[in-house]
Design a protein around this ligand. Structure first.
Ligand code: TZP
Ligand code: MG
Length: 225
């Protein structure tokens, strides 16, 4: 069983990475309690991405933390990592599955009930749902869905072909809103399985400490519940 509860998405833009080394930041975060990592790199060329993926894998593997690659099935295959995360405009799910095989973890971004149901029927292993809140990390997102949008998607999934499909949510999530997001999006029969975070971990003074606090927050019932 994959633990999606604290899902780190990397970013190598200077405003977020602040000149630090991505591999050490991810190592810190994994030691703090991140449960799954996605390499999201929109700027490196293919050769560099493969190199970075292999370096990150050396950090994640000893902790049994799966490493996924954003968009690039080819990089995932060559680097020998656990899977990919694909958006609505990337390679289609069936082709990604054909290339990577049944054991690979393939996640799909969904911003609407329709996209979530299509990816679920198509055999996605998990859904990345968002954008929850507006975020400078990804400015031109299709839609800001809020916690009510999350709840609508979770409700629709309960009557899909795979009601237990794991879900993570992304966009503007940090230590101060994590519990609220989990609590407000929950439906009587389905809850969000994990939160996906970029800047609140990567840009943190101590990625390890923030990851440890987030891991605790996720496990703790909120005081306002
Ligand atoms: N997809 C939707 S929002 C987002 C991605 C990759 C970025 C989330 O970044 P942050 O810094 O956690 O708000
Ligand atoms: Mg993409």
């Amino acid at each position: 069983m994959v633990d999606y509860s604290l899902y780190l998405v990397t970013d190598n833009t200077p405003a977020i990475l602040k000149g630090r080394d991505l591999v050490s930041v991810v190592k810190d975060a994994v030691e703090g309690g991140v449960t799954i990592v996605q390499l999201r790199d929109k700027t490196s060329d293919t050769g560099d991405m493969i190199k970075i993926a292999k370096q990150l894998h050396e950090v994640t593997k000893p902790h049994n933390v799966p490493l996924l690659i954003n968009d690039r099935v080819d990089v995932a295959l060559v680097a020998g990592v656990e899977g990919v995360h694909i958006g609505q405009d990337d390679i289609d799910l069936a082709s990604a599955r054909r290339i990577l095989g049944k054991d690979a973890i393939i996640g799909v971004t969904a911003s609407s009930v329709e996209e979530a149901l299509r990816a679920t029927e198509g055999g996605a292993d998990y859904l990345g749902i968002g954008t929850v809140f507006a975020t400078p990390t990804k400015e031109n997102t299709k839609s800001i869905i809020g916690t009510s949008g999350l709840r609508d998607i979770l409700t629709a999934l309960t009557s899909s072909s795979n009601p237990s499909i794991p879900t993570v949510c992304i966009g503007g999530i940090n230590a101060s809103n994590t519990q609220r997001v989990l609590y407000q999006s929950a439906t009587p029969s389905k809850q969000i399985d994990g939160i996906a975070i970029v800047s609140a971990i990567i840009a943190a003074a101590s990625p390890k400490q923030v990851s440890a606090s987030l891991a605790t927050l996720i496990k703790t019932p909120p005081a306002f519940a």
